[in-house]
Design a protein around this ligand. Structure first.
Ligand SMILES: Cc1ncc(COP(=O)(O)O)c(C=O)c1O
Length: 308
């Protein structure tokens, strides 16, 4: 097992996170006291949805897009949260303010079906819910991961079909992704590159995956992967900036021979991939990803300025 590996979610150390206040069902509670019941549907069954968001200069970036995905997922699993995008924003703002956070903070908002009467599966047993928790931490992505890049290994665990557990659900249960990540670590890599049921390259266990070949940007068709907010922003930015971009099937053959590869996600924005299955990707120069990074930074600045 690779125990000193990196992760796309490696953050720079910040002692202030030892004393943060967490939103738990309407109350702000010190991290050490923040608790949910052992009967909670999220703990017992992974029955809940979550959303990861970043605070830049007092504004939750791409908030509407995150709420769109969250409320769509909640509706799809008949989880009535009693929340609205406005009330979510209010609780996130209160939590950030209580922690003195204005920028470089990352939130994990979690909504579960709530506390069950008995330790069994049936959703009707979740009678006092939902459970709403927001953990917001001071967080800056690690510079070494952002500079050197991450090592991926392809793994036996594949993405699921939408009629089993739709991979578009940001559900509390991420066991499919966790198994994939374990397999990658056991193969000596940092994270997993997952294939779709047809063997095409799809996504990593925690981020969306892109390659650059001969000046073109490629990513999977969007089937079987998370409908990442950052993924869509990168596709839109390429289109607007005249960078050829394709959502298409491709195999490891094309991924290994790519000039660049990178991951996208709210936490790390764009994270370079150094190697896949022990094969170095390109020369280590990443002009297209660097261009996209600059475009993305400018987009975040424009989005947050417009919301202020
Ligand atoms: C499996 C997976 N892929 C990709 C992403 C990235 O999505 P986003 O860009 O919306 O953060 C996430 C984040 O939740 C994820 O869990």
């Amino acid at each position: 097992m690779n125990t000193d590996g990196k992760s796309t979610h490696d953050a720079q150390g910040d002692d202030r996170n030892d004393d943060i206040l967490i939103w738990v069902n309407g109350e702000l509670v010190h991290k050490d006291q923040a608790k949910v019941s052992v009967y909670d549907s999220g703990f017992m069954l992974g029955d809940g949805m979550w959303e990861g968001m970043r605070l830049y200069d007092g504004v939750w970036a791409f908030f509407d897009e995150h709420m769109d995905r969250l409320f769509n997922s909640l509706k799809a699993v008949s989880l009535d949260s009693g929340l609205t995008p406005e009330s979510v924003k209010e609780l996130l703002d209160k939590t950030a303010a209580a922690n003195g956070m204005t920028t470089d903070a990352h939130c994990r908002l979690m909504i579960t079906r709530g506390r069950k009467d008995k330790p069994f599966q049936h959703p009707q047993l979740s009678r006092s819910g939902p459970t709403v928790v927001a953990i917001i931490e001071h967080s800056k992505p690690s510079e070494s991961v952002q500079g050197q890049g991450i090592r991926l290994a392809t793994v036996p665990q594949v993405r699921g079909l939408p009629m089993s557990q739709d991979p578009k659900f940001n559900s509390h249960s991420k066991l499919n992704c966790v198994i994939a990540c374990l397999q990658a670590e056991q193969a000596g890599a940092d994270e997993a590159l997952m294939l779709d049921p047809n063997g095409f390259v799809n996504t990593t266990n925690a981020c969306n995956f892109f390659i650059v070949r001969r000046g073109e940007v490629w990513t999977s068709t969007g089937d079987y992967c998370m409908n990442g907010v950052t993924r869509q922003k990168v596709i839109d930015l390429c289109r607007e900036d005249g960078i050829p971009v394709f959502e298409k099937n491709f195999s490891l053959y094309e991924a290994y021979g790519a000039d660049e590869a990178f991951l996208t996600g709210t936490f790390g924005a764009q994270t370079p991939v150094a190697e896949i299955d022990g094969k170095q990707i390109g020369s280590g120069e990443r002009p297209v990803m660097m261009r996209i990074r600059e475009l993305y930074k400018a987009l975040v600045a424009a989005d947050t300025a417009a919301a202020r």
